[in-house]
Every structure is written in C-alpha cells, then in structure tokens.
Design a protein around this ligand. Sequence first.
Ligand code: ADP
Ligand code: ZN
Ligand code: ZN
Length: 690
Amino acid sequence: MPEGVRTPVAVETPQHSGLSGALDYLSERPLAPGTLLRVPLGRRDMLGIVWHTQVPASAAPESIALRPVGEVFEGLPALSPAWLTLVDFASAYYQRGLGELALAVLPPELRKLDAPGLAKRLARLIKRLDKTPPAQPDGEVSKPELGEAQRQAVDAIELALAQPRPMPLLLHGVTGSGKTEVYLRAAESVLAQGRQVLVLVPEINLTPQLEARFEQRFPGRRLVAMHSGLTPVQRLSHWLQSLLGRADIVLGTRMSVFAPLPRLGLVVVDEEHDPSYKQQEGARYSARDLAVYRAHLERVPVVLGSATPSLETWQRAQEGRYQLLTLAQRVGHGALPRVRLFDMGVLPRSQGAPPVLAPLVLQSLRERLERGEQSLVFLNRRGYAPVLHCAECGWKSGCPHCSAWRVFHKTERTLRCHHCGFTERVPRACPDCGNLDIAPIGRGTERLEEQLAELLPGARIARLDADTARGKGQLESRLAEVHAGEVDVLVGTQMVTKGHDFRRITLVVAINPDSALFAADFRAPERLFALLMQAGGRAGRDAAAAERSEMWIQTWHPKHALYASLKTHDFAAFAASQLAERRGAGLPPFSHLALLRAEARDASVALGFLRGAAEAAALLPGADEVMIYPPVPPTVQKVAGIERLQMLIECPSRVRLQRLLADWLPRLHAVRAEHKGLTRWAIDVDPLAI
Ligand code: ADP
Ligand code: ZN
Ligand code: ZN
C-alpha cells in the first residue's frame, strides 16, 4: 500500500449505487476538510470535497488499496466546518447520498474546471474585484424613520445578534407593514460588524425588486444574486465571491441556503411560508428549514418573514421556540382592503351556468375604470378552458399519456397537456363522432380575459400567467406596463399575487377560489388563505387610495370559516382553528410525515414495490411507533405514460421517524432490486403536497 494520509472525500455517487457516505482516498499530505479537489472514481475523474468525518458505510478495509487523490484546488479557501455539517445534516435528514447532495449544491461550472483553470479564473476575479471597489463607502443614504413596531422588531433582532445562541425570529406583518425595512436595518447592523447577510426569496421573479432595494440602501457593499437565471459563469463567480468573503450580501432562491459564507451574521427568509422553498426533485430539502438549522449551527439569528406564516412556524412561535415580532399595521396606517364576499348561489342561472362576474363585482370594476384606477382579477387556472367536450357522444379532450384533460388554448389553437406537454392542434370536429359542435367547458384565464373584454368595452386588459410570461423578459415588460399605468385590468393566475408592488390597484377580484376548501390535501386551506391575503395585499398599497380599496371574492360558500377570518384579516384566528383541526387529526405540526413515491409503466409494479417496502418497514425496530398508510395514487396518477403511487408514513416523533427512515433506506435498495420495471422511487421527508 502506498504511503499517504487516508482522506475521506465526498464525490457524486448516485443514490441508487447504495454508496451513501464519503469515499476514502490517499493523499501525500493532510488536507483540510472542505478542500476542493479532483479524485478518480471508476474510470472517471471527478470533483470532490475533502470531508471532515469518516462515514462508516464507506470506510474501506485496510486491505483494499486506496487510490491517490488527484489535483488539489490550491488557492481556494476550504468550505467551513459549519458548511460541511449543514450538508451532513441535509443528507441524513432528507435521506440522500452525502456526495450526491454536496456536489449538487456547488455551482455546476466548478466540475468542468481543472486546478489551473480554476486558479486562472480566481486570479482574474480577484483582480477585477480589487479594481472595482463598491461605488462608495457606507455613506449617508436616506432611510425612513422607523415606526414603533418596526423599532421594536429591529431592537429584538439586534439583541439576538449579540446573543451567543439566538433564537429564530418570526416577523409577522401584512404586505406593506414594513418588513423589508426591518430586514434592511438588521442587515445594516450586521454589515457594520463586518459580517455577511444571506437573504432568501421564494422565487426568481422576486429577486430584482429586493436586490434593487438592498443595492440602493448599501451602495458601499457588494451584493451577489444566486438563482437558476444566472449563466453558469455568473453563478460560479457569485459563489466564489461569497466563499472568498468578498460578497457582503447574498440574495437568492432556495439554492442559496448552501452559499458558502465565512462571515455569516444573519439569515433572512422572506415569505417563509412559500411552497417554493421546498425542492421538488433530487434531495427534496426545505430551504426554509435548512436556513433555520444553519442559523442554529452558526449561532446567528434567522428572521422568517411573512404575512401568513406556515402553520409549522406559527406553532413554534406559539410554543415560544421562535420569538414572535409583529407589525400589526401597514406603514402610514394604510388600510387593508375591505374583503367582500359575493354569494354566487343567489344569482339566477341563465342556461345553467352562472355569469362570470356577479353584477355587483362588475359594477366595482366599472367604478375603477371610471376613476382611472387599476384592478386585478385572479383565477388560478390558465388556458382558455380546462377541457373540450362533444355533447353528441361525450368525447372529452383527455391526454393519451396522462390521467388528465388536455387544456384548450384558444389563441394558440391547441389542446395541451399541462402534465406531460403533449400538444395537438384543436380538432375541427369531434375525433370520435365527427360532430362539428365541440365546446369548451369551464374557464381559464384566457377565456376570462376574453369575457372581461366583452363586459368592459374600451378597458385595457392584460393577462399574466405561465403562458404569457413564457418568453424571456415578457414578465418584466408586462409588469412595467402595469406600473406605467398602461393597463386597467390585470388578469392572471397566482403569478399576479406575488410580491409585485403595484401602486394603483384598488380592487382585487378572486373568481372562484372555493375548490381548495374541500381539497384532499390538508394544507389546501392554509395555502388558499395565504394566497388570498397576498392577493388582497396588492390593493391599496398607495395610502391615498387605501380607503376605497376592496377585495371581492365570488364564492359558493360565503359562510365558510376561512372567509370569515379573511374578512377580518385575522391570521391568528385562522391559524388557531386550523391548528386545532390538525391537532385533532394528528397532522403536522403535531406529527411528522414522509412519503415514499414509486413510479412504473405498470401500476402493479409500483404497488408491489410499495407493499414490499411496507413489509420491510414492519420488521424494523420502532416500527410499531410509525403509521404506514396503504399506497394511494396522487391527484394525477398517470403522467407521460408512467403510473405513480405514494405511501404515507406518519410518526408523532421526528426523531423516531428519522431513525426508522435511516434503517429503512438500505432495505429499500434491496426491495427495489426485487421489482423489475420500477422506473423511479424516492423518499420525500416533510412533503408539502399529499
Ligand atoms: P413589506 O416588506 O412588509 O411589504 P416594506 O418594507 O416594503 O413592507 O414597506 C412598504 C413601503 O413602506 C415601502 O415603500 C417602504 O419603503 C415604506 N416604508 C417602510 N417602512 C417605513 C417607515 N418607517 N416610514 C416610511 N415609509 C416606510
Ligand atoms: Zn363526439
Ligand atoms: Zn399528458
């Protein structure tokens, strides 16, 4: 055996190889944990990270000759022990291979570089950074005088900054209550201490606005963004600036929770309730939860901000595990819109279908038009109609590859499946019986736009949804039109409700949000409440117009408790009633869940795998403390010809659930081998959609 130091290295080994820890290599000299390097794996040469712990599963017996490490990336600071521990935690908690996860959260461009290549990039970057110091040192920039509640929140965060082990803070405040101003002030203190600030936002579309505010406030600091919209070269450059400690502020989407930050002083998670923080493939981590863990690890405060906190977070605040900071009012005491419910049940039905807009709601829209104010009409379904139908023979526009209807897109003249993408031209006649009179059923945003144009002649109507915002820059240009006042009525899906700071909107209309009230997913009401609060928050941001701002909800269930809480803008009441229900039903946050998902062309293969998995689980220690439910299909069972099934695992204790999952995983590899034809399987810990 050659001379050398045994060195554990995290490399990308696919989860299904069963290799879950770091692999051992030999190095001529000791290498600091966190050092990046290249190592041989099989016949390939891969990027790796020197790890800090020996993971037993991978420790090769002494007798096996270890391979020597390859090039070491000199000149690059090692990733910190806290970073390595964060990845250890995420890998164990979300049941993914260590190397797979560690490498997946590095900028992809890094893998393509050899040591000299990286050294050259690094030298060029440092030279450029030295040549272009930030515009000006921290000078006087104008900032508003804080309101009383804001002052208290900032004081609380500053106190937390001075503590050796600060508690997470929940900043609860409606849209426009000045949360961002609180983040800015807290960031100011942290930057003044010479430390870095990490700011997470749920969606890439929301980064430019916040980026602009941070840049404007801190012209003397370097800010870098991290999200999937960057080019690979930009992403590497921003990551390097962050690792080198040259970036003072890192602002980005969920991936940035893994940004290397040697001087981290504060973490902010804006809109902490947003489902986008949960990764939906690979390692299905929650960036919000990892942000809390990271802050705990690095002993810095984390501020979770929201108008409608997730019930998990809210419950922790109620239990005193998070410190609750409340901004009860809008800045300048601008009123929240008056929420009005229209009972669709009272309308006379002409030919069976109710009108798209109730007369009172239509009148409210017309008033806005006359006053030159803007309105926002929101319907969470895109396309012209969700299905085409032949009344003669009963044909419907199903997708041949999915258990779903194909959506009718009128301007495009297509039938398009929103699950697999299968698209065809709209048939002239019924494909089954030749009837020429095939008709759309139901309504999407495209049809709504058409109907509004008929009802509001002369109004300038714009639509914002995944179809109209597809192309690069389309979203931005549409938003710019709204801001410039070139649009009277903005129609769209939930895309219109997020974060955009529209000044001149005084009316928000939700067309028919009821379906979520009775959905199978227990989180549907929580999401609906958040969505409607957020939509309502778009109105009346301009204090002068706030008094006459309204939100109309067209509903068949005006007496529902959710709407009652919404009318009074009472998140606490809504949360209390939801939490009581969840406690009674033993649902999160009062229990902990994991989903085992399985996919196969043949549903019986997926079912067989899940049943085998359940049998294997029953034999594990602690199995009696865990509830395993029978396999069920998700809402859409078949997508692109693949049948999908899932099995829910529930346990009152997070620790016991974790223990079971860790014991189970190696057995699942064995069960999988017995079920040929299984295309994919995955564990989703703390799943968001059930
Ligand atoms: P949120 O993040 O809760 O939506 P913001 O921090 O964006 O709220 O504040 C809403 C608006 O009010 C912004 O235009 C902001 O500049 C302004 N603002 C915030 N705090 C104050 C304050 N104390 N005095 C005056 N204006 C403020
Ligand atoms: Zn037909
Ligand atoms: Zn399809």
